[in-house]
Design a protein around this ligand. Structure first.
Ligand code: B12
Length: 313
Protein backbone atom coordinates (compact mmCIF):
# COMPACT_ATOMS: atom_id res chain seq x y z
CA UNK A 1 0.00 0.00 0.00
CA UNK A 2 2.85 2.40 0.90
CA UNK A 3 4.62 1.67 -2.38
CA UNK A 4 1.39 2.10 -4.34
CA UNK A 5 0.52 5.42 -2.68
CA UNK A 6 4.03 6.90 -2.80
CA UNK A 7 4.24 6.09 -6.49
CA UNK A 8 0.73 7.51 -7.06
CA UNK A 9 -0.74 4.16 -8.10
CA UNK A 10 -4.18 4.90 -6.65
CA UNK A 11 -5.96 2.19 -8.70
CA UNK A 12 -3.72 -0.47 -7.11
CA UNK A 13 -4.23 0.97 -3.61
CA UNK A 14 -7.99 1.09 -4.33
CA UNK A 15 -8.02 -2.56 -5.44
CA UNK A 16 -6.14 -3.55 -2.26
CA UNK A 17 -8.60 -1.59 -0.09
CA UNK A 18 -11.64 -3.00 -1.87
CA UNK A 19 -10.22 -6.50 -1.44
CA UNK A 20 -9.82 -5.88 2.31
CA UNK A 21 -13.40 -4.56 2.54
CA UNK A 22 -14.64 -7.61 0.60
CA UNK A 23 -12.84 -9.86 3.09
CA UNK A 24 -14.93 -8.20 5.80
CA UNK A 25 -12.27 -5.84 7.17
CA UNK A 26 -14.15 -2.81 8.59
CA UNK A 27 -13.46 0.57 6.97
CA UNK A 28 -12.23 1.88 10.34
CA UNK A 29 -9.56 -0.81 10.46
CA UNK A 30 -8.35 0.06 6.99
CA UNK A 31 -8.10 3.72 8.00
CA UNK A 32 -6.47 3.11 11.37
CA UNK A 33 -4.29 0.08 10.63
CA UNK A 34 -3.33 0.72 7.01
CA UNK A 35 -3.71 4.35 5.95
CA UNK A 36 -2.59 5.99 9.22
CA UNK A 37 0.67 3.95 9.38
CA UNK A 38 1.27 4.76 5.71
CA UNK A 39 0.92 8.46 6.49
CA UNK A 40 3.01 8.10 9.66
CA UNK A 41 5.80 6.56 7.59
CA UNK A 42 5.56 9.46 5.16
CA UNK A 43 5.78 11.83 8.15
CA UNK A 44 8.89 10.07 9.43
CA UNK A 45 10.55 10.29 6.03
CA UNK A 46 9.62 13.98 5.74
CA UNK A 47 10.85 14.76 9.28
CA UNK A 48 14.16 13.08 8.49
CA UNK A 49 14.49 15.15 5.33
CA UNK A 50 14.27 12.05 3.09
CA UNK A 51 11.02 13.06 1.41
CA UNK A 52 10.31 16.46 -0.12
CA UNK A 53 7.13 18.45 0.41
CA UNK A 54 6.06 17.68 -3.17
CA UNK A 55 6.49 13.92 -2.59
CA UNK A 56 4.44 14.19 0.61
CA UNK A 57 1.74 16.23 -1.21
CA UNK A 58 1.60 13.65 -4.00
CA UNK A 59 1.22 10.76 -1.56
CA UNK A 60 -1.38 12.63 0.55
CA UNK A 61 -3.32 13.44 -2.64
CA UNK A 62 -3.24 9.74 -3.52
CA UNK A 63 -4.62 8.81 -0.07
CA UNK A 64 -7.27 11.50 -0.45
CA UNK A 65 -8.22 10.15 -3.89
CA UNK A 66 -8.45 6.64 -2.45
CA UNK A 67 -10.70 7.80 0.39
CA UNK A 68 -12.99 9.69 -1.99
CA UNK A 69 -13.30 6.57 -4.16
CA UNK A 70 -14.08 4.42 -1.12
CA UNK A 71 -16.63 6.95 0.20
CA UNK A 72 -18.27 7.03 -3.24
CA UNK A 73 -19.02 3.30 -3.03
CA UNK A 74 -21.71 4.23 -0.45
CA UNK A 75 -25.34 3.98 -1.42
CA UNK A 76 -27.40 7.17 -1.71
CA UNK A 77 -27.53 8.81 1.72
CA UNK A 78 -30.59 8.11 3.87
CA UNK A 79 -29.37 9.62 7.11
CA UNK A 80 -29.16 13.21 8.33
CA UNK A 81 -26.46 15.61 7.18
CA UNK A 82 -23.14 16.19 8.92
CA UNK A 83 -20.54 18.85 8.17
CA UNK A 84 -16.90 17.71 8.44
CA UNK A 85 -14.12 20.31 8.62
CA UNK A 86 -10.65 20.97 9.99
CA UNK A 87 -10.14 23.99 12.18
CA UNK A 88 -8.52 27.12 10.78
CA UNK A 89 -4.68 26.93 10.74
CA UNK A 90 -4.87 23.16 10.47
CA UNK A 91 -3.70 22.09 7.03
CA UNK A 92 -4.28 18.41 7.76
CA UNK A 93 -7.34 17.21 5.89
CA UNK A 94 -7.01 13.45 5.59
CA UNK A 95 -8.29 12.63 9.09
CA UNK A 96 -11.45 14.60 8.28
CA UNK A 97 -11.64 12.87 4.91
CA UNK A 98 -11.55 9.45 6.62
CA UNK A 99 -14.40 10.51 8.90
CA UNK A 100 -16.34 11.87 5.91
CA UNK A 101 -15.98 8.56 4.07
CA UNK A 102 -16.87 6.52 7.17
CA UNK A 103 -20.02 8.61 7.68
CA UNK A 104 -20.95 8.39 3.99
CA UNK A 105 -20.55 4.60 4.09
CA UNK A 106 -22.91 4.58 7.07
CA UNK A 107 -25.57 6.49 5.15
CA UNK A 108 -25.05 10.06 6.39
CA UNK A 109 -25.23 12.95 3.95
CA UNK A 110 -21.77 14.42 4.34
CA UNK A 111 -20.54 17.88 3.50
CA UNK A 112 -16.74 17.83 3.65
CA UNK A 113 -15.15 21.28 3.81
CA UNK A 114 -11.49 20.21 4.00
CA UNK A 115 -8.58 21.90 5.81
CA UNK A 116 -8.29 25.23 7.62
CA UNK A 117 -11.86 26.53 7.59
CA UNK A 118 -12.18 29.95 9.31
CA UNK A 119 -14.77 29.89 12.10
CA UNK A 120 -16.85 32.77 10.71
CA UNK A 121 -17.18 31.11 7.30
CA UNK A 122 -17.91 27.79 8.94
CA UNK A 123 -20.66 29.49 10.96
CA UNK A 124 -22.24 30.94 7.77
CA UNK A 125 -22.16 27.50 6.14
CA UNK A 126 -23.66 25.77 9.17
CA UNK A 127 -26.36 28.43 9.37
CA UNK A 128 -27.36 27.72 5.78
CA UNK A 129 -27.15 23.92 5.97
CA UNK A 130 -28.37 23.31 9.54
CA UNK A 131 -26.76 19.84 9.84
CA UNK A 132 -27.34 17.36 12.68
CA UNK A 133 -23.79 18.08 13.86
CA UNK A 134 -20.33 19.36 13.06
CA UNK A 135 -17.48 16.80 13.03
CA UNK A 136 -14.35 18.83 13.68
CA UNK A 137 -10.87 17.51 12.98
CA UNK A 138 -7.85 18.91 14.78
CA UNK A 139 -4.36 17.51 14.20
CA UNK A 140 -2.15 20.11 15.83
CA UNK A 141 -2.30 22.26 18.95
CA UNK A 142 -1.53 25.26 16.71
CA UNK A 143 -5.21 25.07 15.80
CA UNK A 144 -6.62 24.85 19.35
CA UNK A 145 -7.71 28.49 19.56
CA UNK A 146 -9.31 28.29 16.12
CA UNK A 147 -10.93 24.95 17.02
CA UNK A 148 -12.53 26.54 20.09
CA UNK A 149 -13.81 29.35 17.82
CA UNK A 150 -15.26 26.77 15.39
CA UNK A 151 -17.04 25.01 18.26
CA UNK A 152 -18.45 28.36 19.43
CA UNK A 153 -19.70 29.14 15.89
CA UNK A 154 -21.60 25.82 15.83
CA UNK A 155 -22.91 26.25 19.38
CA UNK A 156 -24.23 29.74 18.57
CA UNK A 157 -26.59 27.94 16.17
CA UNK A 158 -27.41 25.15 18.65
CA UNK A 159 -25.41 22.61 16.60
CA UNK A 160 -23.45 20.03 18.63
CA UNK A 161 -19.83 19.21 17.81
CA UNK A 162 -17.96 15.92 17.87
CA UNK A 163 -14.21 16.38 17.67
CA UNK A 164 -11.39 14.07 16.73
CA UNK A 165 -7.92 14.03 15.26
CA UNK A 166 -4.32 13.34 16.04
CA UNK A 167 -3.80 15.83 18.85
CA UNK A 168 -7.29 15.48 20.34
CA UNK A 169 -6.90 11.72 20.70
CA UNK A 170 -3.85 12.04 22.93
CA UNK A 171 -5.42 13.77 25.93
CA UNK A 172 -8.86 14.65 27.11
CA UNK A 173 -8.86 18.09 25.50
CA UNK A 174 -12.54 17.79 24.66
CA UNK A 175 -13.90 19.52 27.72
CA UNK A 176 -11.16 22.15 27.59
CA UNK A 177 -12.11 23.05 24.01
CA UNK A 178 -15.87 22.97 24.63
CA UNK A 179 -16.55 19.90 22.45
CA UNK A 180 -19.76 17.96 23.09
CA UNK A 181 -18.04 14.65 22.41
CA UNK A 182 -14.65 13.32 21.50
CA UNK A 183 -14.24 10.41 19.09
CA UNK A 184 -10.92 8.64 18.80
CA UNK A 185 -11.69 6.69 15.63
CA UNK A 186 -14.20 7.43 12.85
CA UNK A 187 -16.39 4.50 13.95
CA UNK A 188 -16.90 6.23 17.32
CA UNK A 189 -18.10 9.34 15.50
CA UNK A 190 -20.58 7.22 13.54
CA UNK A 191 -21.96 5.77 16.79
CA UNK A 192 -22.13 9.17 18.53
CA UNK A 193 -23.90 10.80 15.59
CA UNK A 194 -26.40 7.93 15.31
CA UNK A 195 -27.14 8.43 19.02
CA UNK A 196 -27.55 12.21 18.50
CA UNK A 197 -29.91 11.50 15.60
CA UNK A 198 -32.23 9.78 18.07
CA UNK A 199 -31.58 12.14 20.93
CA UNK A 200 -29.45 15.30 20.55
CA UNK A 201 -27.38 16.39 23.59
CA UNK A 202 -29.63 18.08 26.21
CA UNK A 203 -27.15 20.84 26.77
CA UNK A 204 -24.19 21.97 24.67
CA UNK A 205 -20.79 21.94 26.39
CA UNK A 206 -19.48 25.12 28.00
CA UNK A 207 -16.87 27.16 26.12
CA UNK A 208 -13.38 27.51 27.66
CA UNK A 209 -12.65 30.84 29.34
CA UNK A 210 -11.05 33.23 26.84
CA UNK A 211 -7.44 34.10 27.62
CA UNK A 212 -6.55 37.74 28.41
CA UNK A 213 -3.59 37.69 25.96
CA UNK A 214 -5.83 37.19 22.89
CA UNK A 215 -5.91 40.80 21.64
CA UNK A 216 -2.23 41.49 22.34
CA UNK A 217 -1.17 38.33 20.50
CA UNK A 218 -3.33 39.22 17.51
CA UNK A 219 -1.88 42.76 17.34
CA UNK A 220 1.73 42.05 18.14
CA UNK A 221 2.55 38.67 16.57
CA UNK A 222 4.16 40.10 13.40
CA UNK A 223 6.30 42.54 15.38
CA UNK A 224 7.29 39.78 17.82
CA UNK A 225 8.35 37.43 15.04
CA UNK A 226 10.31 40.21 13.26
CA UNK A 227 12.14 41.03 16.49
CA UNK A 228 13.00 37.36 17.01
CA UNK A 229 14.27 36.95 13.45
CA UNK A 230 16.41 40.10 13.69
CA UNK A 231 17.99 38.77 16.86
CA UNK A 232 20.02 36.33 14.87
CA UNK A 233 19.46 34.19 11.86
CA UNK A 234 22.69 33.35 10.17
CA UNK A 235 21.16 32.20 6.87
CA UNK A 236 18.85 34.59 5.02
CA UNK A 237 17.41 31.78 2.92
CA UNK A 238 15.93 30.15 6.02
CA UNK A 239 14.29 33.37 7.27
CA UNK A 240 10.76 33.08 5.75
CA UNK A 241 10.41 29.46 6.85
CA UNK A 242 11.72 30.24 10.33
CA UNK A 243 9.28 33.17 10.59
CA UNK A 244 6.45 30.78 9.72
CA UNK A 245 7.60 28.39 12.44
CA UNK A 246 7.76 31.23 14.98
CA UNK A 247 4.19 32.22 14.14
CA UNK A 248 3.23 28.61 14.83
CA UNK A 249 5.07 28.76 18.15
CA UNK A 250 2.93 31.77 19.09
CA UNK A 251 -0.20 29.83 18.13
CA UNK A 252 0.99 26.95 20.32
CA UNK A 253 1.62 29.32 23.25
CA UNK A 254 -1.89 30.73 22.87
CA UNK A 255 -3.40 27.25 22.56
CA UNK A 256 -1.44 26.01 25.58
CA UNK A 257 -2.71 28.92 27.68
CA UNK A 258 -6.27 28.27 26.49
CA UNK A 259 -6.26 24.60 27.49
CA UNK A 260 -3.95 25.27 30.47
CA UNK A 261 -1.30 22.80 29.33
CA UNK A 262 2.21 24.32 29.17
CA UNK A 263 3.74 20.95 28.21
CA UNK A 264 2.39 21.50 24.69
CA UNK A 265 4.91 24.33 24.18
CA UNK A 266 7.80 22.19 25.31
CA UNK A 267 6.73 19.34 23.01
CA UNK A 268 6.52 21.64 20.01
CA UNK A 269 9.86 23.31 20.73
CA UNK A 270 11.42 19.87 20.96
CA UNK A 271 9.83 18.91 17.64
CA UNK A 272 11.25 22.07 16.06
CA UNK A 273 14.71 21.35 17.41
CA UNK A 274 14.56 17.74 16.21
CA UNK A 275 13.35 18.44 12.68
CA UNK A 276 14.69 21.98 12.00
CA UNK A 277 18.25 20.97 11.10
CA UNK A 278 17.03 18.60 8.34
CA UNK A 279 14.90 21.45 6.93
CA UNK A 280 17.56 24.12 6.64
CA UNK A 281 17.50 25.77 10.11
CA UNK A 282 20.67 25.73 12.20
CA UNK A 283 19.86 24.56 15.72
CA UNK A 284 21.58 27.64 17.17
CA UNK A 285 19.37 29.93 15.04
CA UNK A 286 16.23 28.22 16.29
CA UNK A 287 17.31 28.59 19.92
CA UNK A 288 18.39 32.23 19.48
CA UNK A 289 15.13 33.10 17.75
CA UNK A 290 12.97 31.35 20.36
CA UNK A 291 14.79 33.04 23.24
CA UNK A 292 14.41 36.43 21.52
CA UNK A 293 10.72 35.71 20.94
CA UNK A 294 10.23 34.97 24.64
CA UNK A 295 12.15 38.17 25.59
CA UNK A 296 10.04 40.31 23.26
CA UNK A 297 6.83 39.09 24.92
CA UNK A 298 6.64 41.79 27.57
CA UNK A 299 3.81 43.95 28.91
CA UNK A 300 0.43 42.28 28.29
CA UNK A 301 2.25 39.18 27.11
CA UNK A 302 4.46 38.65 30.14
CA UNK A 303 2.66 35.45 31.20
CA UNK A 304 2.88 34.06 27.65
CA UNK A 305 6.59 34.98 27.45
CA UNK A 306 7.26 33.22 30.75
CA UNK A 307 5.47 30.09 29.49
CA UNK A 308 7.65 30.07 26.37
CA UNK A 309 10.85 30.75 28.29
CA UNK A 310 10.06 27.87 30.67
CA UNK A 311 9.72 25.55 27.68
CA UNK A 312 13.17 26.53 26.39
CA UNK A 313 15.17 25.57 29.45
C1 B12 B 1 0.32 14.53 5.59
C2 B12 B 1 0.85 15.45 6.64
C3 B12 B 1 0.86 16.82 6.37
C4 B12 B 1 0.29 17.42 5.10
C5 B12 B 1 -1.25 17.37 5.17
C6 B12 B 1 -1.84 17.16 3.78
C7 B12 B 1 -3.29 16.88 3.81
N1 B12 B 1 -3.89 17.03 2.64
O1 B12 B 1 -3.91 16.55 4.80
C8 B12 B 1 0.88 18.88 5.12
C9 B12 B 1 2.13 18.96 4.25
C10 B12 B 1 -0.07 19.99 4.72
C11 B12 B 1 1.33 19.00 6.56
C12 B12 B 1 1.71 20.21 7.11
C13 B12 B 1 2.26 20.33 8.36
N2 B12 B 1 2.53 19.34 9.23
CO1 B12 B 1 1.96 17.53 8.99
N3 B12 B 1 1.78 15.69 8.82
C14 B12 B 1 1.30 14.94 7.88
C15 B12 B 1 1.45 13.45 8.29
C16 B12 B 1 2.65 12.89 7.53
C17 B12 B 1 0.25 12.56 8.03
C18 B12 B 1 -1.07 13.12 8.58
C19 B12 B 1 -2.18 12.25 8.04
O2 B12 B 1 -2.69 12.50 6.96
N4 B12 B 1 -2.47 11.15 8.74
C20 B12 B 1 -3.44 10.17 8.28
C21 B12 B 1 -4.78 10.46 8.87
C22 B12 B 1 -5.80 9.49 8.30
O3 B12 B 1 -4.62 10.26 10.26
P1 B12 B 1 -5.15 11.33 11.32
O4 B12 B 1 -5.10 12.69 10.76
O5 B12 B 1 -4.51 11.10 12.62
O6 B12 B 1 -6.68 10.91 11.41
C23 B12 B 1 -7.08 9.73 12.07
C24 B12 B 1 -7.54 10.00 13.49
O7 B12 B 1 -6.81 11.03 14.12
C25 B12 B 1 -8.99 10.25 13.34
N5 B12 B 1 -9.50 11.60 13.10
C26 B12 B 1 -8.93 12.63 12.48
N6 B12 B 1 -9.78 13.68 12.44
C27 B12 B 1 -10.91 13.29 13.02
C28 B12 B 1 -12.11 13.95 13.24
C29 B12 B 1 -13.14 13.29 13.87
C30 B12 B 1 -14.43 14.00 14.07
C31 B12 B 1 -12.95 11.95 14.30
C32 B12 B 1 -14.03 11.23 14.93
C33 B12 B 1 -11.75 11.29 14.10
C34 B12 B 1 -10.75 11.96 13.46
O8 B12 B 1 -9.38 9.47 12.24
C35 B12 B 1 -8.30 9.23 11.35
C36 B12 B 1 -8.25 7.75 11.06
O9 B12 B 1 -7.97 7.03 12.20
C37 B12 B 1 1.67 13.57 9.83
C38 B12 B 1 2.45 12.41 10.45
C39 B12 B 1 1.57 11.49 11.29
N7 B12 B 1 2.18 10.57 11.92
O10 B12 B 1 0.37 11.62 11.37
C40 B12 B 1 2.35 14.95 9.92
C41 B12 B 1 2.25 15.75 11.20
C42 B12 B 1 0.85 15.70 11.79
N8 B12 B 1 2.55 17.10 10.74
C43 B12 B 1 3.27 17.77 11.56
C44 B12 B 1 3.70 19.10 11.36
C45 B12 B 1 4.58 19.71 12.43
C46 B12 B 1 3.32 19.84 10.24
C47 B12 B 1 3.76 21.26 9.90
C48 B12 B 1 3.87 22.27 11.03
C49 B12 B 1 5.09 21.12 9.14
C50 B12 B 1 5.72 22.41 8.69
N9 B12 B 1 6.73 22.83 9.39
O11 B12 B 1 5.29 22.98 7.74
C51 B12 B 1 2.68 21.66 8.88
C52 B12 B 1 1.47 22.32 9.60
C53 B12 B 1 0.63 23.09 8.68
C54 B12 B 1 -0.64 23.53 9.38
N10 B12 B 1 -0.90 24.82 9.35
O12 B12 B 1 -1.36 22.76 9.92
C55 B12 B 1 3.65 16.96 12.80
C56 B12 B 1 2.90 17.39 14.07
C57 B12 B 1 3.85 17.41 15.26
C58 B12 B 1 3.22 18.00 16.47
N11 B12 B 1 3.98 17.95 17.54
O13 B12 B 1 2.13 18.49 16.51
C59 B12 B 1 3.40 15.50 12.28
C60 B12 B 1 3.01 14.52 13.38
C61 B12 B 1 4.68 15.04 11.55
C62 B12 B 1 5.87 14.77 12.45
N12 B12 B 1 6.07 13.59 12.98
O14 B12 B 1 6.66 15.62 12.65
N13 B12 B 1 1.39 17.79 7.18
Amino acid sequence: MLAALVSGDVPLAYRLAIELLAQGVPFDDIAVDVLAPVQAELGRRWAAGDLGIADEHAASAAVDDLLVRLGATAESPRGPSVVVASAEHDAHALGGRVVASALALDGFRVMFLGPSVPAADLGDFLDLQRPLALALSCSMPTAFVAAARSVAAAHDLGIPVVGGGRVLATHDWATRLGLDALARVPGDAVRILRAWELSPPDRLAAAPDPIPERAALAHRSHALVSAAIEAGTTRDTATPALAEELHRVLQIVEGALLVREPALIEEYVQWLRDTGPSHGFALADIDTALAALADAMNGDLQRAGMALRAALS
